[in-house]
Design a protein around this ligand. Structure first.
Ligand SMILES: [Zn+2]
Length: 338
């Protein structure tokens, strides 16, 4: 178990969250201010039987429960990267966790630890963590977007995650901005994920680098002739040194992000937009450009008043969000479930 120094401020309520991913499970305790004070992890057996998958979750949770601090834990919040029916505590489907389909995850964890368990989608819970403890704190409506290998979104209204009729809402990454655009992994065309995810930017860079006309660019030199292994980090590095090709690629992405963000603003008019994920920082470095473009892509007369801010949480966002489900007032999941 990886312990972190526990300050006196944590002597109050401690909240237990579990972040289940395709390769690992992280269980952790958060203090009343949303600081993660203790974590334990276990490898996730995502491709075996449902029971083996469950054993991975139990391994991480058991490790945390060995710590005396957990004596004060009364609930468990669980994050999963997929479609979740929070009201019933059922994981409907998660692409990276094929061992579970329509799996009663909450009930199975409850049976072992004898306390209420609430589950939610990872992007939704990351949004909740930002709304409760992070960059969205104090705002009534929070629109959260995380830019990483994919694009995830979460909507929090009055401290509650909006997840739709069956938990399938807020798939903002798969909102299309061009019906003739690139084919997305989801089957649709032109989803914003096909333009601004880390994967998409690296792919775009590789395509552009194949043209002989760009041989003199810094991006080409940084790729050291290995075009197929160019990453978004290399593009970012070249852009930081004002390489015109790298800047062109990122400006295009920022412009598309603005088109999409305009749609989100016109649909939701949130009080704040919180941008997270590894690629989020990179996109926010183009904030003035995005703000300018937003003027053309939002009809809202007061779009300028909406702050666009960086997320507080990085890799621990879903874990923090899962833990926040332990706060009674923010527990949108689980209501109505017997
Ligand atoms: Zn898609």
């Amino acid at each position: 178990m990886k312990g972190k120094s526990i300050s006196r401020a944590t002597s109050g309520k401690l909240l237990l969250g579990v972040d289940i991913g395709g390769t690992k499970v992280v269980a952790g305790l958060a203090d009343a201010r949303g600081k993660i004070v203790l974590t334990a992890r276990a490898p996730m057996a995502a491709r075996g039987t449902p029971e083996k998958g469950l054993d991975s979750v139990f391994a991480a949770l058991d490790a945390v429960f060995r710590d005396p601090l957990t004596r004060r834990v009364r609930r468990i919040g669980v994050s999963v990267p997929g479609w979740v029916d929070s009201a019933r505590g059922v994981l409907t489907r998660a692409a990276n966790i094929p061992c579970w389909r329509s799996f009663p995850l909450a009930r199975r964890i409850e049976r072992r630890y004898r306390m209420p368990v609430f589950i939610g989608n990872d992007a939704n819970l990351a949004a909740l963590a930002e709304a409760v403890w992070g960059a969205g704190r104090g705002y009534r409506s929070v629109f959260y977007v995380t830019l990483g290998t994919g694009v995830g979104t979460g909507i929090v209204l009055d401290g509650r995650v909006y997840s739709g009729r069956t938990g399938a809402a807020s798939e903002g990454g798969h909102v299309s901005i061009d019906f003739r655009g690139p084919l997305c992994g989801c089957g649709k065309r032109g989803c914003i994920e096909t333009y601004i995810s880390g994967t998409a930017i690296a792919r775009c860079a590789r395509t552009r680098l194949r043209s002989p006309a760009v041989r003199s660019s810094l991006l080409f030199r940084l790729s050291q002739g290995k075009i197929s292994s160019v990453t978004t980090e290399i593009v970012a590095r070249a852009a930081a040194r004002r390489d015109s090709l790298a800047l062109e690629i990122l400006h295009e992405s920022a412009d598309r992000f603005a088109i999409w963000l305009g749609n989100m603003v016109d649909l939701l008019e949130p009080d704040v937009i919180v941008v997270g994920g590894g690629m989020g920082k990179l996109m926010l470095s183009f904030s003035p450009r995005i703000r300018r473009a937003l003027g053309s892509w939002s009809v809202s007369p007061r779009y300028r008043e909406i702050p666009i801010v960086a997320a507080r949480y990085g890799a621990e966002s879903a874990l923090a969000g899962a833990a926040s489900l332990g706060l009674e007032e923010f527990r949108s999941a689980g209501e109505g479930r017997p």
